[in-house]
Design a protein around this ligand. Structure first.
Ligand code: GDP
Length: 306
């Protein structure tokens, strides 16, 4: 990919999209499209944008997402939004001859009780986690569309499946966000108010493989340049933590010294989520940022914005 290639990050205000912009800038790409994004749920607007801007490389980091609470409250909203975004962006990229498109999926598309770490071969082999099923079906449709475009049109589209992502542009709402954003926000507030204890959702025993958003963005560029296969590629950091361990680490980074309580009446979600990223690692990629450093950078960015 030439440093002057025209690159469009769809969803440039999302957690992954924001990281993509920073990493592209850091790696010296000079023509990352900066104009206001079209309404991605509007086919005509998306098409007009591609007609006008002619992106050569398209990174689909767009689409609404959220943690367990939002998934349970707004499944139709999340599913509709993500399906429209995928259909419109792939159709426009194909129509206007993009040289490559990468679609960013989600690890919740794997069956709830998959082997751990989960290889891509596990896709479609069992029931999904019910709390995120609607969102997951939309993301599965997105990856299915990537492979359909490849088969029908020989389109240069690829798919990737990140493990649980966090980073500076995360949603830090106390309730609807993912675990890192939610815990940072609640622990920050608890520290300020001097609260003696803080409640973490669920049992604390679920395990997650977290990946820092800028490492994920780096992997995305790596794949854009070096991968053109049919199978989607898992992108994980290769290390995992329990939610209890994560909560202690976030407390340490935030500087919250109160007691951590676990509320088993809140949903645990999937018991274990980590990806088998061997195919990516054997191409020569690995995550560069340690969990604690990534949490500290994320917290510093969040506090700066609050
Ligand atoms: P997912 O379950 O992997 O889709 O992602 P989440 O980030 O929503 O949740 C991961 C795990 O963190 C689950 O076991 C949650 O029960 C646990 N968790 C603990 N506290 C929180 C919280 O405040 N918000 C969220 N979203 N999850 C939490």
């Amino acid at each position: 990919m030439e440093k002057c290639a025209r690159i469009y990050v769809a969803g440039n205000r999302t957690l992954i999209g924001g990281a993509m912009l920073r990493v592209l800038g850091g790696q010296g790409y000079t023509q990352v499209l900066r104009e206001p994004e079209p309404d991605l749920t509007n086919d005509a607007e998306v098409d007009a944008f591609f007609e006008r801007s002619r992106p050569e490389y398209v990174i689909v980091a767009a689409g609404k997402s959220g943690g367990i609470a939002l998934n349970r409250r707004a499944p139709a909203t999340l599913m509709t939004h993500n399906m429209l975004v995928a259909v419109h962006l792939m159709r426009a990229a194909h129509r206007h001859g993009a040289k490559k498109l990468v679609y960013v999926g989600s690890s919740c598309i794997y069956p709830r009780l998959s082997a751990q770490p989960t290889p891509v071969e596990a896709l479609g082999t069992g029931p999904l986690e019910p709390t995120s099923e609607a969102y997951a079906l939309a993301k599965l449709a997105g990856l299915g569309l990537v492979s359909a475009y490849r088969r029908e049109h020989g389109a240069p589209f690829i798919g990737m499946i990140p493990s649980n992502v966090f980073g500076p542009d995360d949603d830090f709402a106390a309730e609807d966000s993912h675990v890192v954003g939610a815990l940072m926000r609640r622990m920050h507030d608890a520290k300020r108010t001097g609260a003696p204890a803080l409640t973490v959702w669920g049992s604390g025993t679920p395990r997650r493989e977290l990946i820092y958003s800028e490492d994920l963005a780096d992997a995305c560029l790596f794949l854009l340049e070096r991968y053109d296969g049919d199978a989607p590629v898992n992108v994980g950091s290769g290390s995992e933590v329990s939610i209890a361990e994560l909560a202690r680490l976030v407390a340490d980074v935030v500087g919250y010294s109160g007691e951590l309580l676990f509320d088993p009446t809140k949903p645990d979600g999937a018991p274990h989520k980590s990806l088998d990223s061997t195919p990516l690692f054997s191409l020569g990629w690995c995550a560069k940022t340690g969990l604690r450093d990534a949490l500290a950078t994320t917290y510093a960015a969040a506090v700066g914005a609050w």
